[in-house]
Design a protein around this ligand. Sequence first.
Ligand code: PGA
Length: 241
Amino acid sequence: MAVSVAQRIARALRGKPTLVLGLPTGRTPLNLYRELARLTAAGQADFSRASTFNLDEFLGLAAAHPGSYRSYMERHLFTHVNLQPDRIHLLDGNARDPLRECEHYERAIREAGGIDLQLLGIGANGHIGFNEPGPSVSARTHRTRLHPETRRANAMLFGGDWRKVPREALSVGVGTILRAREIILLATGRDKAACIQRMVYGPVTPRVPASFLQLHSNVRLVLDATAGASVRGPTRRRPRR
Ligand code: PGA
């Protein structure tokens, strides 16, 4: 999975050196980021003119906090590829005025020409970015409350103690994600199978924010066998003898 998606990104960078990438955090993209570092070292991926926008960040954490998504990105990608620091964008979880920060982020994405290629993970509860299941979804970048299961899933960034995971975050909106020209969602593991099934075959509903991806015309799902266990392709006819 990591190799094929990394090669897709390297190809996109060759086609458009000023590519604007949307980036996720979490466990799922770790191998992909390792592979992008390898391709960069091998001279097969060039990020020197590319821009990146991360999906989300915890509220109330300084960028340098080891649990911040900024720190995660530095650790796993930014220190290993040749991105220019001024073309790396993350929401500032420590912004004095979070709402202004969200508006500023939307503007920055627009001014960069919009997201060309949005990479996504998915929460076991069906979230994308920090767009959590609920009675509605936000179209634009916004401040949000994290569900307890999302805080538990992030405990590894806070010494294994989920109570240390911030209760709130900033996240791009579902509309922000849907405006990307191309979307690639990665998922691995049995605990993602049910939400993948609901994302692909269920109704479009804020109870499964990822289901809104059904409204986009250029989404690719890259799944391992366990995450994709409930996804059946079109039934094949037996070849006639
Ligand atoms: P994970 O997180 O990659 O750690 O499973 C994915 C997500 O919550 O979007």
